[in-house]
Ligand binder design. Structure first.
Ligand code: HGY
Ligand code: MN
Ligand code: MN
Length: 406
């Protein structure tokens, strides 16, 4: 990332060593843990240098206001947290670009005629507490506050306790209509997480839609026992059963055109080399082109997984953990943004299979997204990438939009 150090993306270079994960590779930046706290301090300092006033809302989202906070504000931003072992661009690119757009506007002597803020959402990836877009769901009332307070991380710490340690009052977590009412329009710039722009040979797109998606926990139960004393024919091993269930997940997804289903996280209980497990938790991420198609896929997976684990004398229970219906970004807004940015031939409108805070906000306030080309097409991995020239094209686009809106 050294070529970023002195350019418009200096912000990315400044945080390039924060939250590096030597074991997994890439970055692990999780809500209110060391790296996330450092990134929050970095954001406050960076925004302060631009004369923005930074506030933390009741749910841990950071707002940096240019001028007085107010209604009908144009708000742009993204998130600073990451998946475990994630890339450098997913989230931070949108935050850095928003700050850079402000710096450019200020340098040109521009004075906004509407309130403006840069917004950093908390726990977008759900890597610590399991629910993606937690900060935007809390802000908009998209998750029940009591349920949210009771969420636990891998160490058994509740969101309520973690919030308290971070200086928030957990009683105030939840829907924040006053904060939300200030947003007149939200724009999230984001690295593309697929190959759409690569295939089209363009650097920047406007988002058209987001696949329906959700997370489910599959708990496979068998019988814990001794690895040496238990004959192979006498076992009810839930880890072998979970392996069959995971193959069933893949097979069912392949039967549903365009659908995606992933098990990327397992917890083996109790988890000893010489112990046949007693249960296994497997987290399913499932996505498809419509809400109904996603529900159908998960029903088919549930049936196939039940049959698969029965082969090993085990059972499986499926629990829904989060859900986001299909998001269609306002076609009028998409059309207007494409026109302002040079027309449909230059600025494609692209769907995505990745979830975003802009998708959560879209149910409450006008929202839009810009995508920046990712030449690897890879994301949620250290291979995620964006060329400096494309990032600059993204900031150019954001600046043009802001000038037209402010
Ligand atoms: O999981 C998602 O789609 C997003 O990147 N949080
Ligand atoms: Mn992500
Ligand atoms: Mn993201």
């Amino acid at each position: 990332m050294s070529e970023l150090a002195h350019g418009t993306l200096a912000g990315l270079a400044e945080i390039a060593d924060t939250g590096r994960d030597a074991r997994r590779g890439g970055y692990s930046r999780h809500l209110w843990q060391k790296a996330d706290l450092e990134l929050r301090a970095w954001f406050a300092e960076r925004a302060g240098r631009l004369g923005l006033s930074v506030e933390t809302d009741r749910n841990g989202n950071l707002w940096a206001w240019w001028g007085e906070p107010g209604p009908d504000a144009v708000v742009t931003g993204s998130h600073l947290d990451s998946v475990p072992g994630g890339g450098a661009y997913d989230g931070p690119l949108g935050v850095v670009s928003a700050l850079e757009a402000v710096a450019r506007l200020q340098a040109s002597g521009f004075t906004p005629s509407r309130p403006y803020a840069v917004l950093v959402f908390a726990e977008e990836e759900g890597s610590r507490f399991g629910i993606a877009c937690l900060g935007s769901r809390l802000l908009t009332g998209g998750i029940d506050a009591d349920r949210a307070r009771a969420l636990v991380d891998a160490d058994g710490i509740t969101l309520a306790d973690a919030a308290r340690r971070a200086g928030l009052d957990p009683a105030h977590l939840g829907a924040d209509p006053n904060a939300l009412a200030r947003i007149g329009l939200f724009i999230e710039l984001h690295v593309e997480q697929g190959r759409g722009l690569v295939d089209l040979g363009r650097p920047v797109a406007v988002a058209s839609s987001i696949l329906a998606h959700g997370r489910w926990r599959l708990t496979v139960t068998g019988q814990g026992n001794h690895a040496g004393a238990t004959l192979m024919g006498d076992r009810r091993d839930p880890l072998v059963a979970a392996a069959r269930a995971i193959v069933a997940v893949q097979e069912e997804a392949l039967k549903h055109p365009g659908a995606r289903a992933t098990v990327g996280r397992l917890e083996v209980v109790p988890g000893g080399t010489n112990v046949i497990a007693s249960s296994v938790h497997a987290w399913l991420d499932a996505r498809a082109h419509s809400d109904a198609a996603t529900r159908d896929l998960v029903s088919a997976i549930e049936a196939a997984a039940s049959a698969a684990v029965a082969v090993n004398g085990c059972s499986v229970a499926v629990t829904g953990e989060s859900w986001t219906g299909t998001v269609t970004f306002d076609p009028d807004l998409v059309g207007r943004f494409r026109a302002v940015l040079g027309g449909d031939a230059l600025i494609p409108a692209l769907p995505t299979g990745a979830g975003h805070d802009a998708g959560v906000l879209a149910a409450s306030v006008p929202s839009a997204m810009l995508f920046v080309r990712n030449p690897t097409g890879v994301s949620h991995s250290p291979e995620e990438f964006a060329e400096v020239a494309d990032c600059v094209a993204g900031i150019d686009a954001l600046e043009i939009l802001l000038r037209s809106l402010l």
